[in-house]
Design a protein around this ligand. Structure first.
Ligand code: ZN
Length: 168
């Protein structure tokens, strides 16, 4: 079953409670629309509780000059924002990143941090080719569960990844 609050799938033979957001299975007499209306406060509460516990970030790479050759010298995780603020619109990291000039698309490693555990997912954003540093942003939406997308911007434009489910 796919959870209507967060979008995670779970096996109803094993558990009647969503493993991600805790939405319980509720027995209800009536049609689906009516049940959904009756359950909406519970669905919203589970989703908001989940949003308040999660944050989204990106993994960036550091490069260093080693005798004229650029070598990757490390990677860093940067939190873009917490669930509640990301669900109100795009939040941008203050820092600017170098662009990858030749690529049509950029693959960006993201992580969803929930209860101290990071789940990584790579999102693709079409490249801004103008020779400027760019900022990265993120946003959370509600589409049949929780979805998120990444954004890139510089003075010349703005690009977005596809909306992607946050939980499997
Ligand atoms: Zn759920």
């Amino acid at each position: 079953m796919k959870c209507v609050a967060c979008g995670a799938t779970f096996d109803t033979n094993v558990t009647s409670v969503c493993r991600i957001c805790g939405l319980p299975e509720i027995s209800y007499l009536g049609d689906q629309e009516e049940a959904f209306r009756a359950m909406k406060p519970t669905i919203d509460a589970c989703r908001n509780e989940l949003l308040s516990k999660l944050s989204v970030g990106v993994v960036s790479y550091r490069w260093a000059d080693r005798n004229g050759v650029l070598e990757q010298s490390g990677e860093e995780k940067r939190v873009i924002g917490a669930g509640p603020e990301l669900s109100k619109g795009t939040v941008w990291l203050g820092e600017e990143f170098a662009r990858k000039p030749e690529a049509e698309e950029i693959e960006i490693r993201t992580f969803i941090r929930l209860n101290g555990t990071d789940t990584e997912r790579t999102l693709r954003v079409s490249n801004l080719k103008e020779a400027k540093l760019q900022q990265v942003g993120a946003e959370i939406g509600i589409r049949d569960g929780l979805v998120y997308r990444l954004a890139l911007r510089n003075g010349a434009g703005e690009r977005y990844s596809d909306w992607t489910p946050m939980f499997d």
